[in-house]
Design a protein around this ligand. Structure first.
Ligand SMILES: Nc1ncnc2c1ncn2[C@@H]1O[C@H](COP(=O)(O)OP(=O)(O)OP(=O)(O)O)[C@@H](O)[C@H]1O
Length: 274
């Protein structure tokens, strides 16, 4: 679906601050791909390059990010470079950036924020019918209809994050990019959000890329894992294989640093999806 080929990405026009260095990876159809790595290792930058969001001064210095999508209405295959992805946002690929409060407009009720992001074809049938569809979709994930009439500040952090996930998934995009969606939330809320994202991926059979510095999260929900270190990918492969047999010292240290419960690694005892 997405091929990242030897991409170097950074910021600035006069000078160039390199943030991602010669990275290659593939995002396949119908999979959960995890991206892990310490703070500043380039995870968010890579996500922006894959989404095609150059608004932060981001620049692809070399290499390509190519997407292959199928138009939901015409069935036509669309192949494009990420610099041309903007018309495909929401419909084909959606992005949940870090920080739910800064993403949602504080002055607008949730319903309007959902509606504003929708492609025109989704708005057909009038506002009442659309509200019913949105409410139905939200309730499928335990979000009551009253949430639609709330302003962001009236919702808890966990609720706002679930709303963001629901908005990102509403039009059934083929790829959802989620950047640290559970960071700064307590473990109970984290679990709810992770379960919601897995449920969405299973129902929609799309691809989910999950950025998290928390290897425990990756262990529980990702199919494949990419480990970044100082702007480069130092390891990638099936998550179970990486945990069973980490190759790179950085990955070994990350796994060794996971908390232990009764002599077992905590990830083995948590079983979010059990
Ligand atoms: N808008 C920007 N302008 C200039 N440099 C930036 C910008 N955003 C990020 N950087 C730099 O790029 C590098 C990679 O940052 P990035 O946010 O991609 O890492 P990250 O792994 O996502 O970190 P975190 O987990 O803290 O979010 C860092 O050195 C950072 O300072």
């Amino acid at each position: 679906m997405i091929t990242v080929d030897n991409v170097t990405v950074g910021y600035g026009t006069a000078g160039f601050i390199k943030a991602v260095d010669q990275v290659s990876l593939t995002i396949n159809d119908n999979e959960i791909l995890g991206i892990a790595g310490e703070s500043g290792s380039g995870k968010s930058t890579l996500m922006r390059a894959v989404y095609g969001d150059f608004s932060t001064g981001l620049r692809i210095l070399s290499g390509t990010v190519t997407g292959r999508f199928v138009d939901a209405t015409s069935g036509q295959v669309i192949e494009a470079q990420s610099k041309n992805f903007a018309p495909l946002w929401w419909d084909q690929l959606s992005y949940i950036p870090q920080g739910s409060m800064s993403v949602l407009n504080p002055l607008m009720k949730i319903e309007q924020q959902v509606v504003d992001g929708l492609p025109a074809r989704e708005r057909k049938g009038g506002s009442h019918a659309l509200r019913q569809r949105i409410a139905g979709f939200f309730s499928g994930f335990g979000l009551e209809e009253t949430v639609l009439d709330a302003y962001p500040h009236q919702l808890s952090g966990g609720m706002r994050q679930r709303v963001l996930v629901a908005i990102a998934a509403f039009v059934n995009p083929r790829l959802i990019l989620a950047d640290e969606p559970t960071t700064a939330l307590d473990v109970v809320v984290q679990k709810k959000i992770l379960l919601m994202m897995v449920e969405i991926q299973r129902r929609q059979r799309n691809s989910l890329v999950l950025v998290s510095h928390d290897l425990g999260v990756h262990y529980q929900i990702t199919d494949r894992l990419v480990i970044m270190y100082r702007g480069q990918i130092v390891e990638q492969g099936p998550t179970a294989e990486i945990f069973a047999n980490p190759q790179h010292d950085y990955t070994k240290n990350l796994i060794a640093s996971l908390p232990r419960l009764h002599g077992k690694r905590a990830v083995e005892s948590m079983g979010v999806l059990a």
